[in-house]
Design a protein around this ligand. Sequence first.
Ligand code: NAP
Length: 613
Amino acid sequence: MSDQNIGVADPHSFIPARRVEQLEAFREKYAAERDKRLTKEGADQFQAIDFTGKFADFDADPHVDGPRTSEPVSLDLDVLVIGAGFMGMTAGIELEKIGITDYKILDVAADFGGTWYWNRYPGVRCDVESYIYLPYLEETGYVPTERYIRGSEIFAYCQSLARKHGLYDHAVFQTRVTDMEWNEDTARWAVRTDAGDEFRARFVATQSGLFTRPHLPGIPGIETFAGHSFHTSRWDYAYTGGDDSGNLEGLRGKKVAIIGTGATGLQVIPQIADFADELVVYQRTPTQVMPRQNAETDLEWFSALTPGWHRERRAAFDKCVQDRATLSDVDDGWVKFAKYQMDAVFEAGGENPSIEQLIDAMERSDYEWNEMLRDRVDAIVADESKADKLKTYYRTMCKRPGFSDEYLPAFNKDSVDIVDTASTPIERITETGIVADGQEREFDLIIYATGFQGGRTWTDKAGYDVLGRNGNRLSKKFADGLSTLHGFLSKDFPNLFLLGFTQTATITNIAHLIDEQARHMMYLIDTCVSSGARTIEPTAEAEQAWGKVMSDQTATRTDWLLTCTPGLYNNEGKITDSRNPLVTGVFVPGFQYFDLLEDWRADGNLEGLVTEH
Ligand code: NAP
């Protein structure tokens, strides 16, 4: 580590940072920046969108011509999978492997892909290396064209995976679950939909994703805007022209506002800046912008990878990024930051640092890393006032860091302005524009890059309730937080597999988590089927014990989360709000959770679960 400020030689590569000694000064500055952004409403600051009301257009599917036209069905099934993203596709593929072919995969979308079905905005790409992100790469032999491929390539890969495994024969698209009820006599779930279907399934696998339903800021007057507006996850190419590679010719001559500068904002803003006459970015919290380091795939390197590489590469990446436990060949921004921190800890305390040395070195190196990124902003953005607004003052993992080589340069265009709304929120939206910072500006188009509903209850996010055994409702059981064994099964809701962030793990590469969850679920379903078990559910004691593991895990993060700038990971600063599963129930680091599940399976006695025959 260098002890001097070396400066920014090449702003598109990672460079050594200056040595930071005055930790207290940084703590104060970061706390002041956090306090500016804390709101008394927390996660309730966002509109609870009434999808049938005045905001219905914000949730409508821009990729279809109309609603589902097929007739309602009434079917008995072995398994119903709700959600056709990576999780639903993996479930289908793995069910076939254990000999279960009587299943359906249901989704509101009109195709497979999940996140990649909805998020087709210009510039969309994966932010984790595609070689560890895409599932089944070894099985399909598919070679991603780039290190960070476009959303359209991921979506096309999903479609080809679905074709290859015959998943389209099992798909029920453009269909939303309305309710689900357990039938004790038949030991099946009756699942009803908005298209009038009824599925009676022995097992149901469902998820209430973090990034499924868009949310809108609760800015007064939002519904009065008479120009055009949409959410990034429902991009309106009919208005903007172009596709996910850009070419937004429809924006020529237009005045555009965008609200939100998270990972989505970072990817989309440079694309808009290339075409709009005027672009105003309304920012509350800047995102850390590391170099992207994208490149075409080195075919020679890819073809030399040896069997088992995919799983090994994923595991090494997670261990490096989450626990600083090992190095990873991925060597991207996530890994470089982890390595930087590992070096700092080693420098402070050698192989066996004390807890104090470890905490001190992690904090100091984080400040140094941010100093480097702030220098990078100065090196790229010529206008000092814009550059100042784009600098981040919070610890790196308080928010998901971003990667881009185009975002910061976009602010060098005279046509691109940035309004800081950290201390003074956007006042209101009018019929013609936005009032903020004491100024009203007029726009033709307002784009909301404001993310997805995170801090809501499981049933709110799912959009339906579940009636289990003995009249128990999931909405009631989960009202004060989730309660499961290992994040999969909940007492009184037999044979219902909860997937996603339900007291499971948190991980940078979510695709890896999905893979591990599908593996565990298949073990449970296979065990039931092969032993002739009618039902499977946890004991109350096992559920409580897992709840204790979760609360102990939460306790280790509470102080850290409190220092963070408000966001999804700390429930917008209200970390006692039990609705956000990322705050109240995740296992960190993820690979320890995977090991725990593997050990539990190896024991082979379904500890904590009861089966009825
Ligand atoms: P996000 O991370 O939730 O960001 C939402 C943005 O909207 C934030 O900048 C937020 O500011 C801003 N915002 C919300 N209300 C506001 C208000 N009233 N005034 C001003 N600004 C406001 O959403 P996202 O960028 O769509 O990302 C969602 C998730 O998807 C993230 O976890 C992200 O990492 C992931 N993602 C991944 C990729 C990929 O490449 N794989 C791409 C895009 C997104 P504050 O920060 O101040 O709240």
